[in-house]
Design a binder for this molecule. Structure first.
Ligand code: ADP
Ligand code: MG
Length: 292
């Protein structure tokens, strides 16, 4: 039986798949997979039951593919779907593990930049004392700040890159700006990571996104934010054991080539909410999900 896939519906055209995912959903249908629609807005506003109101009853095991979902809302989605006879293949615990840095970091220790974190609520300003203590294990060197899920890489100078983690004034300025700009979207808490020098193509980091299904690297795509990256084939021998230890069925790893030639895991993600570069084959991804 082809595995059904749930996509986010289009806000303006509720019977259609959100246009960002429409091509991929079309490929799922072409492979014989059922496509269900969920209302992502309703889910994030707290109404999981309304979010799944148009999912056909009794779908059985399903994948989700769409916009990111906060981990607690994913758990609510799983529960609401269960009441309609559908079971998310990725459990809420597995989703949180792959989606949030504290969930996956220890499993990837040694092949991803060293990191520290502390939980915060949106808008809560960490003090310079808190931040100096937090940064201590990463000294000396530069760093970056992000939350459990996202950075503000497009505000690199003011809210992402920290040239010297030992400079508490600078550290505090960048982190506080990050907290301010994230507003209510700050997820989980503050993460500081040791900065590593990655090779760049046309000033954009040359990252490759690897899509793993059941511990096997099944698809390599350029990073969604980069212009290319194709032709770069990362060495994955050191990564596969970590992905298998994570024990999540469908994950992505974003790989970057460090200046010393080592392929590093910059970020792990749940494959269901990882963006696919527009030049990539939606058909290949759909085939992975729908199954043989
Ligand atoms: N530890 C690091 N050292 C050097 N560059 C980094 C580091 N962490 C992130 N970056 C750069 O910042 C970008 C965004 O970081 P990432 O963790 O992928 O956050 P996001 O979830 O916003 O994509 C990465 O694509 C990479 O170019
Ligand atoms: Mg990233």
């Amino acid at each position: 039986m082809p595995t059904p896939v749930l996509y986010c519906r289009d806000a303006l055209n509720p019977r259609r798949v959100d246009e960002h995912f429409a091509l991929e959903a079309g490929e799922v249908r072409a492979l014989g997979g059922a496509v269900g629609l969920i209302d992502h807005d309703a889910l994030l506003q707290g109404d999981a039951q309304l979010a799944v109101a148009h999912v056909p009853a009794g779908l059985g095991n399903v994948w989700y593919r769409g916009w990111m979902i906060p981990s607690d809302r994913y758990a609510a989605l799983a529960e609401a779907l269960r009441r309609r006879g559908a079971e998310l293949i990725v459990t809420p615990e597995q989703y949180r593990t792959a989606h949030e840095l504290p969930g996956w970091h220890a499993t990837f220790a040694g092949i991803t930049p060293a990191s520290v974190w502390r939980p915060t609520t949106p808008g809560e300003m960490p003090t310079s004392d808190d931040l100096a203590a937090l940064a201590e294990p990463l000294l000396p060197g530069a760093g970056i700040v992000k939350d459990y899920v996202k950075s503000r890489k497009h505000d690199w100078e003011q809210a992402c890159f920290i040239p010297d983690l030992a400079d508490t004034v600078q550290l505090t300025r960048v982190v506080q700006r990050f907290v301010e700009l994230q507003e209510e979207f700050l997820t989980g808490g503050i993460v500081l990571r040791a900065f590593e020098t990655f090779s760049r193509l046309e000033s954009v980091a040359a990252e490759v996104r690897v899509w793993w299904l059941d511990g096997e690297p099944r698809l390599l795509t350029p990073h969604p934010d980069g212009p290319f990256g194709r032709g770069l084939v990362p060495d994955l021998d050191h990564v596969a054991p970590a992905v298998r230890r994570l024990a999540c069925r469908f994950v992505t790893t974003d790989m970057a080539l460090r200046s010393d030639g080592a392929w590093r895991v910059v970020e792990v993600g749940d494959g269901q909410v990882s963006d696919l570069h527009q030049s990539s084959s939606q058909g290949e991804l759909a085939a992975l999900l729908v199954g043989p």
